[in-house]
Design a protein around this ligand. Structure first.
Ligand code: DC
Length: 220
């Protein structure tokens, strides 16, 4: 019997608020492998740039900052220069800044390098926007997760309210629409479904249903 474990690289891309992160986290947990939230990496970079007063559209300054920056994942938490910033990066302000900073060449180059290194060392479920198309084009499995703008806005609003944030459905909808636009139209590695990715719409799927669907495509 072959008891050797397969090296799994599972790429999950999709729009903001589509449920891809929850699905990716659950999938990693069931498979007993690491979950890498690449959006959190862009958010961490945006957080540091904001803190240091570096404009999120200044490629050279952000590149210089990143040469002095360490980003790591430990037990599902994101560490920025050794500090756990996982909770602090979940604000609308950081969402906007992350969307902007993720357009910079210096930022993408550095983060993609870290992402590829992690995936070469261990089995991962990695979620983001360009994982199946750019970071791991030879991933063992690829999924593209979406849901309607309205469904995503409702979910995101509930999430933010639970954390005590004061915002409205309209504000969240506007933010998601703008982020979709910037993620899908940016020059470098825009959000697009990889030709060989399995499309998953979560409009009519709950968390359990989404997980079951993903698992049904994974040969363990
Ligand atoms: O998934 P998220 O909302 O946490 O991502 C934050 C921003 O980072 C989002 O606007 C797009 C960007 N991003 C990216 O460009 N590439 C990735 N692989 C992941 C996220």
């Amino acid at each position: 019997m072959n008891t050797e474990k397969k090296h799994l690289t599972i790429a999950i891309d999709g729009t903001s608020g589509s449920g891809k992160s929850t699905a990716a986290k659950n999938l990693a947990s069931v498979l007993g492998i690491e979950y890498i939230d690449t959006g959190a990496m862009y958010r961490a970079v945006a957080y540091k740039a904001l803190k240091e007063g570096i404009p999120s559209d200044d490629d050279r300054a952000v590149g210089d900052m990143l040469a002095q920056t360490e980003i790591d994942f430990v037990k599902g938490r994101i560490l920025l220069d050794g500090e756990d910033v996982s909770d602090r990066i979940r604000t609308l302000e950081i969402s906007r800044a992350a969307s902007e900073i993720s357009q910079l060449k210096s930022c993408r180059a550095k983060l993609v390098e870290i992402q590829r290194r992690i995936a070469s060392q261990k089995s991962v479920v990695m979620d983001g926007r360009d994982i199946g198309t750019n970071v791991l084009p030879h991933a063992s499995h690829k999924f593209y997760v979406t849901a309607s703008l309205e469904t995503r806005a409702e979910r995101r609003l509930a999430e933010l309210k639970e954390k005590g944030a004061e915002t409205t459905y309209e504000a969240v909808l506007k933010d998601l629409r703008e982020r979709d636009h910037s993620d899908m139209t940016r020059k470098l590695n825009p959000l697009v479904r990889a030709e060989d990715a399995i499309a998953v719409s979560t409009d009519d799927l709950d968390i359990g249903g989404t997980l079951a669907y993903l698992l049904s495509h994974i040969d363990r």
